[in-house]
Design a binder for this molecule. Structure first.
Ligand code: TXA
Ligand code: MG
Length: 301
């Protein structure tokens, strides 16, 4: 199916991806159309190994160090595109850089090995909505537009990969906090700077993103009329949904999208979310919650 420019739902250790042949502009165009994604948002090329990544992008010493430590795993590196890259311009949104990742999920790795080329795979959700952490979420969101979803079980991390850019003459930058905590990355990469001003800061140009139907109210200390509560930690009311009773941010990340989906399905107007500390995976969780709570704009494209 992938060789035929069709789309396949693919499990990864972070969230489910919607995969297409990254070398085929026709397949990539279908991907953008299925997601309803603004065209300026470039895609991640998933590859089977560090060697395959080195054919797509120029990995300097900093990039190789991070790749060797964290691949296969939930780290995406943005580097200059290599002249040998098979990933087409459309998948890179015409940029001179490329986003690369070797996923850790055994089904994703097997698929990549069997396919033998890069797969563009954005999270398998309509643009702006919650990312899927179960095969059923993908099938529900896309219906007939996606003919096949490989069911690899619920995603282990439950939140997207961390994205680090390593460009020539530039400091290492954390473009998107994700499934690897900043502290862990910085132990190998040194301090990570914020995205450069005016750059493609993943996926932050759209103020509202990763959003459920319900509104979100953050740092809630009480539940108001019309609200359901998303708790965190041992102090949350016992009957509320709780991202992690023990206050563990790794567990909370794994539960985040599923619990938001479940609370959304209650039909409540607003999901009130208790405060979550910024340490560990809390940085990524709070990033997603802020975007989900942002004012909703009409989709630009
Ligand atoms: O965990 C993940 O990364 C998941 C799974 C499926 O692998 N994928 C994912 O893809 O989250 P997506 O397309 O939803 O998000 C990729 C982000 C985009 O927001 C895009 O802005 C950024 O990566 N990106 C891609 N290429 C880039 C580039 N050349 N420069 C800066 N950002 C880039
Ligand atoms: Mg996404």
């Amino acid at each position: 199916m992938l060789r035929d420019a069709r789309l396949v739902g693919m499990p990864t250790e972070t969230v489910y991806g919607l995969a297409a042949d990254a070398a085929d502009p026709h397949a990539v165009a279908r991907l953008y159309a299925a997601k309803g994604r603004p065209r300026f948002n470039p895609l991640i090329s998933h590859v089977a190994s560090l060697e395959a990544a080195a054919a797509e992008g120029e990995l300097d010493e900093r990039a190789s160090t991070l790749a060797k430590r964290f691949w296969p795993g939930p780290l995406t590196l943005v580097v200059p595109a290599a002249t040998t890259a098979r990933t087409c311009d459309l998948a890179r949104a015409g940029l001179a850089t490329i986003a690369l990742r070797v996923p850790r999920h055994p089904v994703a790795l097997e698929l990549l090995q069997a396919f033998g080329g890069p797969l563009a795979a954005p999270s398998a959700n309509p643009s702006g909505r919650l990312s899927p952490t179960r095969a059923d979420d993908v099938a529900t969101a896309f219906g007939d537009a996606v003919e096949l979803v490989l069911d690899g079980g619920p995603c282990e991390a439950g939140i997207e990969s961390s994205i680090v850019s390593l460009l020539r003459g530039e400091p290492a930058r954390l473009l998107r906090p994700g499934a690897i905590a900043r502290e862990q990355l910085e132990a190998f990469a040194g301090p990570l700077e914020a995205p450069a001003k005016g750059s493609i800061s993943a996926p932050g140009q759209l103020s509202s993103h990763y959003a459920p139907e319900a509104r979100l109210r953050l740092n809630a200390s009480e539940v108001r009329g019309g609200e359901v509560l998303l708790g965190f930690g041992p102090d949350a009311p016992g009957d509320a949904a709780n991202l992690s009773h023990s206050g563990d941010t790794v567990e909370a990340a794994a539960n985040l999208y599923r619990m938001l989906r479940e609370l959304d399905a209650t039909g409540a107007d607003t999901i009130a979310v208790m405060p979550i500390p910024d340490s560990g995976l809390g940085e990524a969780i709070n990033d997603r919650l802020r975007r989900a709570a942002a004012p909703r704009e009409p989709d630009p494209g």
